[in-house]
Ligand binder design. Structure first.
Ligand code: BEZ
Ligand code: FE
Length: 646
């Protein structure tokens, strides 16, 4: 680890809900007896309420705090503090009230207590910005660092969502720049990452529900952390850009930060890749600038700087000035040099600065960066699972296209194939399932979702020929429906995976005839055949007779058949009987039992064969008529919380 210096400011912080009730104790703790309350005019009511709470500890209220701390306002406030013999100041509000408290402290050394109502974060710093005759100067002095901050989440509940968003983005800029500051240290980096993370999670929630106390609490905590960053390290390119532009065009402070930050970060990414990774991680994005861009747009719904654009269009002189004004950055800072804006050449100021400050986000894609861009575009997907699935899909799909360097003709043939696959689908034919089956996807999904315990029968594909409305027949019934073939007798037992027989289980069976056709494929058949539903007896048994099924081709007169042919694959499945077995408290078992003597066991077109599902169908000639038999014990997997049901 690099050596570092870290100065923790001696500020006392009280954080929570309803903490403003502790103000009187804090005034006394500072050994003070006469507090002067400070606020802006619109927040006078809140200052008066605090004065009432303080009772005799309140010396008075000064409610003229203004933006950018004008020195004449400070002079009047100092005079009032002296006239009232105030021995501390209590500022309630955002940056204006806090700034006034700091300015008074600079002149009088009075201790300060701050109750923030926004996410400005200036209460956590020893920095004071003041204006005199329209000129703004900034100083850093330990005298202006507030002694006590009382964070009361309740005071922020009414901060309008849009103001919360812009104020939060402004604060995030401090944490972002702290991560690549030349004088950063491990503590500030820790604080910065946590601040970004908390804001990225809480601000969108505040957009939806401004009174969400948990989100408000996270945001206020994050605001303090951002203020700590600003206090501890130097700001870089982003702040320099904002100050230069803000001063020149008189731009609204927080909005300027919200607009510039993603672009400044994009521009600076090559100079501080590790910091950008940290930022991306904290945002839950794959790229820092894209993550900030998405967050800003989601919160501020396209943050804009209308005055800036307007002034730019009407003032060539200012444009020229901007293009010549150098933006100076600390020599050791990890910021890319950015000396001149090319604004003189453009017509729309906002666009120009965006272009100058950072790479445009949704342009100039090539085979190396398009995957990242598409994945970044998923950053705001609300459903976390959908985001995971789509991110992986995009990554693999792009990798596939890159891997095979697909040609236009091939891609167009693929689209045509998928179109025809869709067109082939009807209520009787599902070509997409056949495609999934023949590419092994159905079995893969099955394998992932049916990891079976010892004693449970393995699963395989359902196939397209199941009919839910098959008739329920009694134990031992003939289900052949009169169709001719070699006789088959089936005896099954349904058990739990621990071997206990399961009574009253529902058993669906279906199979093809000895030409390899299911009943539903035979237009001339008037009724269902070679299928039925049974209920197991108290020993878990069921039995039926039918005819021996043959191996058969899956439907191959459509696009999937074409594909198999093009691939030199046959469409056949080995002979089998289908079973679907359901019992309360158990996972429904979908499986087949394959005839051990059938061809194609080793090349099933849909990859459905498993060794445990291959069984002998022995011949029995005792009756004089050759008959085939099958005996099989099926094991069912218990559902996760079903122990109490059995
Ligand atoms: C079947 O076994 O019925 C089947 C399975 C997958 C595709 C086509 C048919
Ligand atoms: Fe089948």
């Amino acid at each position: 680890m690099q050596p570092f210096a870290y100065n923790a400011p001696a500020t006392r912080v009280i954080f929570g809900s309803g903490t403003r009730a502790r103000l009187a104790d804090e005034v006394r703790r500072l050994s003070c007896r006469r507090a002067l309350l400070l606020s802006t005019a619109p927040q006078r009511g809140e200052a008066d309420a605090l004065a009432a709470d303080l009772g005799a500890l309140a010396a008075g209220v000064f409610a003229e705090a203004a933006m950018h701390t004008p020195v004449d306002v400070t002079a009047r406030a100092v005079a009032q503090a002296r006239a009232l013999d105030a021995d501390c100041v209590v500022a309630i509000g955002g940056g204006s009230a806090t700034g006034l408290g700091k300015a008074i402290a600079l002149h009088t050394d009075l201790p300060q207590i701050v109750l923030p109502t926004t996410y400005a974060g200036s209460e956590a710093t020893a920095i004071l910005g003041q204006t005199e005759g329209g000129r703004k100067t900034t100083l850093r002095n330990a005298k202006v660092q507030p002694e006590v901050i009382i964070y009361d989440v309740d005071l922020t509940l009414t901060l309008p969502p849009q103001q919360s968003a812009v104020s939060g983005l402004n604060a995030i800029a401090h944490a972002v720049e702290a991560l690549y500051a030349h004088d950063r240290n491990p503590v500030t980096s820790l604080i910065a990452g946590e601040a970004i993370r908390r804001f990225a999670q809480s601000l969108p929630k505040l957009m939806a529900a401004a009174g969400d106390r948990d989100a408000r609490s996270d945001a206020l905590y994050a605001a303090w952390l951002c203020g700590c960053c600003l206090n501890a390290v130097s700001m870089g390119l982003h702040h320099k850009l904002c100050h230069t532009l803000g001063g020149m065009f008189d731009l609204p402070h927080a909005e300027t930060h919200a607009v510039i930050l993603p672009h400044a970060v994009a521009y600076n990414t090559p100079a501080a890749a590790d910091a950008m990774q940290h930022i991306a991680l904290a945002l839950g994005a794959t790229d820092a600038s894209a993550g900030l861009f998405d967050l800003a747009h989601r919160l501020a719904r396209r943050p804009r700087l209308p005055r800036w654009e307007c002034k730019h269009r009407t003032s060539t002189a200012r444009r020229r000035l901007l293009s010549k004004r150098p933006i100076q950055i600390h020599g050791r800072s990890r910021c890319r040099r950015f000396e001149r804006c090319s604004t003189t050449r453009c017509t729309a100021c906002g666009q120009c600065l965006h272009r100058a400050a950072g790479r445009p986000r949704m342009r100039d894609f090539d085979e190396h960066n398009i995957t990242r861009a598409v994945i970044d575009s998923l950053a705001q997907t609300g459903d976390a699972r959908l985001k995971t699935v789509m991110t992986s899909l995009v990554r693999h799909l792009h990798d596939f296209v890159r891997d095979v360097e697909i040609s236009f003709e091939e891609w167009s043939a693929a689209i045509d194939f998928l179109t025809r696959t869709g067109q082939m689908c009807s209520d009787k034919r599902q070509e997409f399932i056949l495609l999934s089956d023949t590419l092994g996807v159905s079995m893969l999904v099955d394998a992932i979702n049916h990891r079976m315990p010892e004693g449970a029968t393995e699963t395989t594909v359902l196939g397209p020929f199941f009919v839910a409305a098959a008739p329920e027949l009694p134990f031992g019934a003939d289900i052949s429906g009169g169709i001719e073939g070699e006789k088959l007798s089936v005896n099954g037992v349904v058990c739990a995976s621990d071997g206990r027989p399961l009574a009253e289980a529902t058993v669906h069976v279906w199979h093809a005839d000895d030409d390899g056709y299911y009943d539903v494929q035979q237009a001339d058949l008037q009724s269902l055949a070679m299928r039925a539903r049974f209920r197991t007896d108290r020993d878990g048994r069921f039995a039926f007779t039918s005819i021996m099924p043959a191996f058969y081709p899956i439907p191959h007169d459509g696009p999937v058949g074409e594909m198999l042919e093009a691939l030199g694959r046959h469409p056949y499945r080995p002979a089998h009987v289908h079973f679907m077995i359901a019992a309360e408290g158990y996972e429904t078992l979908i499986t087949h039992i394959f005839d051990a003597e059938s061809p194609y066991l080793d090349s099933d077109a849909v990859f459905g064969v498993k060794n445990s599902l291959i069984a002998p169908f022995p011949r029995d000639d005792r009756s004089g008529k050759v008959q085939r038999g099958l005996s099989y014990r099926f094991g069912l997997k218990p559902l996760p919380n079903a122990a109490q049901l059995v």
